[in-house]
Design a protein around this ligand. Sequence first.
Ligand code: NAD
Length: 423
Amino acid sequence: MSEKLSFVSPTANSPWGTYLSQVDRVVPYLGPLARWVETLKRPKRALIVDVPIEMDDGRIAHYEGYRVQHNMSRGPGKGGVRFHPDVTLEEVMALSAWMTIKTAAVNLPYGGAKGGIRVDPKKLSQNELEKITRRYTSEIGIIIGPHTDIPAPDVNTNGQIMAWMMDTYSMNTGGTATGVVTGKPLHLGGSLGRVKATGRGVFVTGREAARRLGLDLRGARIAVQGFGNVGSVAAELFAEAGAKIVAVQDHTGTIVNSNGLDLATLIPIANKDGVIAFKGGDVVPNEAFWDTACDILIPAALEGQITAERAQKTTAKLVLEGANGPTVPTADDILAERGVLVVPDVICNAGGVTVSYFEWVQDFSSFFWDEDEINVRLDRIMMNALNQIWDTADKHKITLRTATYAVACERILMARQERGLYP
Ligand code: NAD
């Protein structure tokens, strides 16, 4: 009955194609709610904006930006903003859809949204970065707001960028709207625990998955792709629990050390110059990362990294998806056939949006919690969600990913059905 979306042509392994195939796999478990499933296959709203700025050398440069609100059946849109040269409308659509699934999987009162600008921020001065952030915020200001759509950090965006976004929105609306973005600095209504929340969620879900697999974290060998906010924090927490980080890859290259990399020295160096500037490991070709001997693999960079070929050669018994959409559907099938357990992105990396939710609640009540309270609540939400998903997976004998989609899609489509179609 429905027309195909005219503005995307997804391939099987593209982010939107991956998402659509994940939704198709859940349909048999939706019962009568399946009649609503098309609502998950198209974004509610997608905005493309021109972002012109004057560069430091006087040139006028134009960038393309997006904000996609995939689904708001359960609450305001929620999702990060990515600054990266590969950002496209299709990628942002997929990322926004994964946010819809994720917020429902951990039962937060949000829908899903995402934004981005196609730009390499490493080539911008601080002044240019501020200008591009403010103009982009102003352009998407017609659809974001504390009660409609609340952005947050993602790849290459951070607390400073959230502070500029909050200030720009506030200047345009005539107040101080701290609740318009999350991931803000602490003194601007940010929350304790937010910076480490995503990595912490990866650790909490990974520790539980390892326990269920009978995999001892002490001495477990871990390979981490992407060593930014998510990857480095997760690595630190696993190392504290006794694991060895044997391989790390970022945009500069790959380093390995079978005795375990010294994270206290590596992290500040990686933050400044990238992992290959670190001398405590061997630099190897990027493709060698995927067959490094390891027990746990943590993709924490970009989408589409675990291809069928890489899924075939990994030695990991457990994959913890810190990144969004790192595994293409064919690779998912190979990992399942090979008995490799995958904790999917939509639960594994949900710690960030969970503490973003705490931040938003604290902003509205103007009452701030201590870090212990944040972490206790975060761990409880993540564990409850994971246990429920695990029960669903056991009941239907399906993967954790399909089980997460089953739990989440039921919540989303039930909300859609109860609200009814307008008009
Ligand atoms: P970040 O910008 O802090 O770090 C990204 C890392 O990926 C960097 O180490 C970068 O060098 C590396 N990278 C980039 N391109 C690469 C490539 N081609 N090959 C290998 N490494 C590459 O970003 P982040 O916030 O840590 O986000 C990482 C992933 O986690 C993304 O998929 C993001 O959507 C997801 N995520 C982030 C959050 C969050 O709270 N920050 C929450 C949920 C999911």
